[in-house]
Design a protein around this ligand. Structure first.
Ligand code: ADP
Ligand code: MG
Length: 413
């Protein structure tokens, strides 16, 4: 895990231009990179494609993607190619099948999209035996189940093919599967029960608070006092990490630093100490956290604004994986946003618009007088209630005059 993840982060950034995984993407990708078969149930828009496209780029061999509709395949093909991923379809509608098969045999494809009926063709099985396969990804996997809302008998042809390659991991993906359907998909596709990962974006046990930063050290000391359990403080630079870790350790709390500039042995030691601890605080850059399994993190604090709303969600999401009450506190300053906007000018032109959008979304989250959770979940395409009762704005609504002031500022921006 620890060796694969820096690479996964690099590939995520270099191939897709994303700064962080969303929701359970990280867990799903980790399983796939470890060769573990998985069923991921993730809402539409959650980013299911990435969970096989990223491993497809990283792993040796081709990822075979099963998709029910040629139109869907072509959408995928376009977006994959736009990211420089080598992808092709092999369907009856394709006139260049010979060239595609040659490319597969030559190991020149990251992704090969097929319709389920192809799975039963002896020719196709022979083809697959002629070059390494990294992964079988089964999109719209609910189609395999009669419990599902869109049963397709052709999906039942997949199992013999999958079983002919027992060493190749399987990744089944769907947005819509109730309990029955999930169990059925697992058994139909031969995925172990513990391979089920279900996403929803809401993390109701995390209390969100976003505060202006006046004196970061004093504010962080206050947070440490309120939260005796394990916590992570994200700081923007290595120097800031070192400085805060030292200052906070002076309070008597066990505090260690973590960033990519530390000796790998020190990094590993600090990480192991944190994972084992019940009260330690890790002050870290965003290099810390990915693929680290510590369910009882009680708070995540940001000493400065994260890169994007996705990064914020990802990083705060490391709190409270055990479901117990946890806290996410962000301390922000206007200078953070000024610096981020400055960084935008250095971004590739074709990415600038989307990066700006993500930054604006983060600014809106920071500035809002409305429910933080509602803003966050809406960003991920959900339709949450207006208030959550577990964020600073719901618990301590600002005076109406202040809210009007904020609204005016937003409108004039
Ligand atoms: P799904 O198949 O779950 O409906 P997609 O794979 O089509 O979702 O992804 C939905 C959108 O989310 C795409 O525009 C994709 O580029 C974007 N996306 C996926 N992962 C991330 C991420 N980690 N950060 C930002 N955007 C992402
Ligand atoms: Mg999809």
């Amino acid at each position: 895990l620890d060796t694969a993840f820096p690479d996964a982060r690099t590939a995520l950034h270099d191939t897709f231009g994303f700064s962080a995984f969303r929701g359970v993407q990280e867990q799903v990708v980790a399983r796939v990179l470890h060769g573990q078969s998985t069923l991921a149930v993730m809402p539409t828009g959650a980013g299911k494609s990435l969970t096989y496209q990223l491993p497809a780029v990283m792993l040796r061999g081709t990822c075979i993607v099963v998709s029910p509709l040629i139109a869907l395949m072509h959408d995928q093909l376009r977006s994959a190619s736009a990211n420089g991923i080598r992808a092709a379809t092999l369907t009856s509608a394709d006139s260049d099948r010979m060239a595609t098969m040659d490319a597969f045999r030559a190991g020149e494809l990251d992704l090969l999209y097929i319709a389920p009926e192809r799975a039963s063709q002896p020719h196709f099985r022979e083809l697959l035996s002629s070059a390494p396969i990294a992964l079988f990804a089964i999109d719209e996997a609910h189609c395999v189940s009669e419990w599902g809302h869109d049963f397709r008998p052709d999906y039942r042809l997949l199992r013999p093919l999958l079983d002919a390659f027992p060493d190749v991991p399987r990744l089944a993906l769907t947005a819509t599967a109730d309990r029955h359907t999930r169990a059925d998909i697992l058994s139909q596709l031969g995925i172990p029960e513990d391979g089920l990962i279900v996403a929803g974006f809401d993390r109701p046990n995390i209390r969100y608070a976003i505060r202006p930063r006046d004196n970061a050290l004093r504010q962080l000391k206050g947070i440490l006092q309120e939260h005796p359990g394990p916590g992570v403080i994200y700081a923007p630079t290595r120097a800031k990490v070192e400085q805060l870790a030292e200052a906070l350790a002076a309070t008597g709390r066990r505090v260690l630093p973590y960033h990519a500039g530390l000796d790998p042995a020190v990094r590993a030691r600090n990480q192991a100490a944190f994972v084992a601890s019940e009260d330690m605080v890790m002050v870290a850059t965003v290099a810390f956290g990915m693929g680290i399994d510590k369910p009882d993190v009680r708070f995540v604090a940001h000493a400065g604004v994260p890169k994007s709303i996705e990064a914020y969600y990802q990083e705060t999401g490391r709190a409270g994986r055990d479901g117990d009450p946890s806290m996410a506190v962000m301390l922000w300053g206007a200078d953070d946003f000024a610096r981020a906007r400055q960084r935008l000018t250095e971004v590739d032109e074709h990415r600038r618009a989307s990066e700006r959008q993500r930054l604006d979304a983060l600014a809106a989250l920071v500035e809002t007088a409305q429910c933080r959770r509602a803003i966050l979940l809406r960003h991920f395409g959900e339709h949450p209630p207006e208030t959550c009762g577990n964020c600073d704005n719901c618990l301590e609504p600002v005076a109406v005059t202040d809210a009007t002031e904020v609204a005016r500022k937003l409108l004039s921006a």
